[in-house]
Design a protein around this ligand. Sequence first.
Ligand code: PRP
Ligand code: ADE
Length: 179
Amino acid sequence: MDDRAYIKSHIRTVPDWPEPGVQFRDITPLLQNPKVFRVLIDQFVHRYFDVRPDVIAGLDARGFIIGSVLAYELNVGFVPIRKKGKLPFTTVEETYELEYGSATVELHTDAVKAGDKVVLIDDLIATGGTMMAGKRLLERLGAQVIEGTAIVELPELGGADKLRAAGLPLFTLVSFEGH
Ligand SMILES: O=P(O)(O)OC[C@H]1O[C@H](OP(=O)(O)OP(=O)(O)O)[C@H](O)[C@@H]1O
Ligand SMILES: Nc1ncnc2[nH]cnc12
């Protein structure tokens, strides 16, 4: 089995969660297994080692788990983009629609400097709303989002295409048909 198939085989699908019709792609079995977790992180490290981003920005909450490890391995800083109301310092914020509900995310105004090259990371791209909001926040502070990355993309929800059409290069490892 190649690395991507190995990673995919450790993502669990939970039907009708958190609401009927949603096929929830659960990465916890992947994180739980140290061997596959290492294979996963190595994929991102190999992708970004020579790119030398200035910052890794992770999306709340599952983007933090992989984003902080990636930043550590690349020896660059990690900045969290958090759900509204969690960051203590001055912030910029963006509101967006999700596959289930809507949300507002925030970023500290001193999280990046103008001109910083940022890789934006999350576990999964569904409608693309979360990653688009993250991109907008970083760009409002003058940073350049050089690539968005995630373990999973769900092509039928159109988010990955929407992000690419908005000019954001994407790197994902696994794709699932259906919602
Ligand atoms: O492409 P989108 O349609 O925006 O959906 C993807 C987002 O949805 C999930 O997070 P969720 O908001 O459920 O929060 P969590 O990480 O805190 O569980 C997932 O981890 C992504 O962040
Ligand atoms: N189907 C899905 N599985 C896991 N996380 C998600 N976030 C949005 N849609 C999702």
